[in-house]
Design a protein around this ligand. Sequence first.
Ligand code: B12
Length: 238
Amino acid sequence: MMILAIIGCAQKLLGIVHQFQSMLKPETYRGSDIDLVFAQIIRHGQEKGEGRSIRGWCGKSKREGGVSPMKVMLVQPPSGTPFMDKIYMYEPLALEYLGAGLKEDKHEVLLLDVRLDPDFETAFRRFQPDAVGLTGYTNHLNIVKDMAIRFKEINPAVYIVVGGHHATVSPKDYNIEAIDVVVIGEGVFTLKEVLKYWTAGLDLESIPGLAIPGREMKFTEERPHPPLDALPFPDMNP
Ligand code: B12
């Protein structure tokens, strides 16, 4: 009991230290999940012109692992040749992996296969996602960009992430205003981190495996391949 009490006190003290660190520079502060929550609290307080936000403190108890659950729509685009889409009606495996990872963080996920459900605007308006993840091979490039632009027109606050084969081999092709971030390579763990950092208002530049659109695209550190056994099983029922 005594030992547990000492550990508890030490954790609280550590929390206060981290709180001051994030207060000094919340936008660049990088730390554990607990730190993320602290940074969020301070940022929210600063935005509201307060020293400390009541919503932030209460929010902590609602959040698990420092992640704010959000609604994420994962989109499999059609290719430019609908006839070939019918021949190649492959399972959107990448999105099923990503969806499984997001559900581990308690996000609500909708997988929209636009080859089967072409009215993506209605689906977007109905689901009202906080973030959209688009995948694509090279043959989907312009379609993905157009969809990103359309989603941003409908809701400028939506957060748009693009990944997949083309994003990996030629990320600069996605350097447009409507796209917030491009994920290079395997995306399950990167996407989880991106959403966690984004909701906490933290700097994405410390996440490996990203290309960040802007006047000049910024590249973060290369991300090593994760061990395959660490990946969740694809969620085929999103
Ligand atoms: C199996 C396969 C197929 C299957 C489809 C399988 C499927 N379920 O998708 C079939 C046989 C149908 C197929 C068809 C085609 N294929 Co193919 N295929 C492959 C292969 C061998 C594996 C793809 C796969 O399933 N990977 C497993 C999934 C889980 O991984 P992933 O897609 O890479 O997704 C991960 C990351 O990319 C990232 N990610 C992906 N999307 C997103 C989105 C977000 C938001 C984020 C954050 C991350 C992220 O995270 C994912 C999870 O780890 C690859 C080669 C390879 N070794 O990768 C070629 C490959 C993808 N195919 C290719 C091509 C060209 C085609 C065709 C266009 C061929 C043709 N000329 O018709 C057609 C597509 C037709 C169409 N209408 O779109 C090229 C694509 C090249 C490019 N630059 O676009 C590849 C790379 C082969 C090559 N080296 O040329 N293919």
